[in-house]
Design a protein around this ligand. Sequence first.
Ligand SMILES: Cc1cc2nc3c(=O)[nH]c(=O)nc-3n(C[C@H](O)[C@H](O)[C@H](O)COP(=O)(O)OP(=O)(O)OC[C@H]3O[C@@H](n4cnc5c(N)ncnc54)[C@H](O)[C@@H]3O)c2cc1C
Length: 502
Amino acid sequence: MSTIYNELKKVVSEKYISNSIYIRHAYSRVVDPVLQGIPDIVIRPKDAHEISEILKIANSNNVPVLPRGGGCGEFGGAKPIKDGGIVLDLKRMENIIDFDQDNLIVTVEAGISWGKLNEYLSDFGLYTGCLGPGSGMTASVGGGISHHSVGGGGCAKYGACTNHLVGLEVVLPTGEIIETASKANKFTKFPFNRFGNGPDLTGLFCGDNGILGVKTKASLKAYPKPQFAAYKTFLMPRKSMELSSEIFLEMRKKGLDVYDSMYFMDLLVAVGCEHGLFPMWEDLKRKRGIMFYTVEANSEKELSEKVEQLDKLFIERKATELGPEIADGNIAKWDYEEQGHWLIAHNLWGLIPGFSPLDAECHTAINTYPSIMKDVELWDMEHSEDMNKVLEITGMRPISGTGPVILIKDNNVELTTGFTSFESYYEGKYHEELREINLKLWKSMLKRITKHGVSWYMMGDILSRLLVEIGAFRTEYFNLLKLLKNTLDPRHILSRGKFNFW
Ligand SMILES: Cc1cc2nc3c(=O)[nH]c(=O)nc-3n(C[C@H](O)[C@H](O)[C@H](O)COP(=O)(O)OP(=O)(O)OC[C@H]3O[C@@H](n4cnc5c(N)ncnc54)[C@H](O)[C@@H]3O)c2cc1C
């Protein structure tokens, strides 16, 4: 390892490489609690050329390389599967390269966070449309593109963050640097269009979970942020699961241009209030389901017409509007005006010391999520024995359920299911048993949800391997994916082990 270390040091200089035990341990984890392996080397390159050199060295020494953005993925992905290898930290690459003000296209380095990019655009009255994931203050543009991320605001109107991608610069696993889309034509001076010049090769790297190349630059469309906006929050009547799905479907059938809309199930509201997650709803007499919408417009008249149409959907179903202020429980205002979209999920991690969400985010069609949510309740009952073992050790039973359901462009929602449990360390003691039960329960939940036919967009290594193990991929599809991997990365240098390819 010391020979490779010295070769790599020449590429990035001593300041940007480490094999110290502290740094290696820090990079052995992401958000999920599972510890799998510790890398040998952590390296922080400054551009595509350095990454190309690193990958060439890794290929000639047969050492795996793992790209890492903000490290916010919930299923591993940016941490090693086994001991060894190199973690490629892209967070040093966070510059805005170019802003084409005429064509409204911004080109950034892939390590930049969604928060930093949107802060820059806001000075021009613009935003990225979909604001990336809910972790957007830390999560990188490269990580979001590798996951098809959604959820950080604006997704009902703009869809996933990859929808607005105009082109990429990618370092292939063997070290070649390519530019996709309009930049594939060597006479093109600036990126302006995703499609053309052959098949959509930009799409090949979208949602690839870091297996096909290292994204180093991304060009994204920027959108003018309309001057007028309204935000309303409603307390739902009983049986809000089905009603919420009806409302989402009506929004789509009537072509209502909503910017964001979310549904919080009854249990989430009740448990969240109990643990201080939603202080704005603490005074609500009935802790029932909550639903909100935000909508934008270019004039007051346009806005009031849109609000009237949207309100009707809620009033017809006997939902009660909460007051206009955040203190009245109007989470929509907090979400839109106070960047709540980037804060909402953060409290889940660290709510109680050792409390750890083992969750799963997928896309499913609007009319399917109520039945999945009911199945999660069944799953909980069927796994009582294991849940009670956690109760015996920690004094608390894991809470399973469904997180906010977020409306996505077209007829999709983002559905978060899972359970919160405790990590292996509890009150200073290590409990091997806790670790085993949690992993068993988590995999069982993921398998159950997969069988509802959902689309997983964020897979990391844990979910990508589980899907292969349970035979979820159609054979021909999986064979093509494998062929692509073998062609682009014959030694499986990049993200070795994901999808059980290695
Ligand atoms: C509080 C919180 C809220 C979240 N909310 C959401 C949400 O609303 N929606 C959502 O989709 N996800 C959400 N997530 C999950 C996760 O943060 C996102 O998917 C995010 O986009 C990951 O970005 P990252 O930069 O942290 O990527 P990382 O976790 O660092 O990496 C993710 C994957 O992409 C690969 N990768 C990273 N950068 C590159 C690159 N430049 N080139 C090639 N491969 C790369 C990695 O190898 C890994 O497989 C949330 C997580 C947290 C902790």
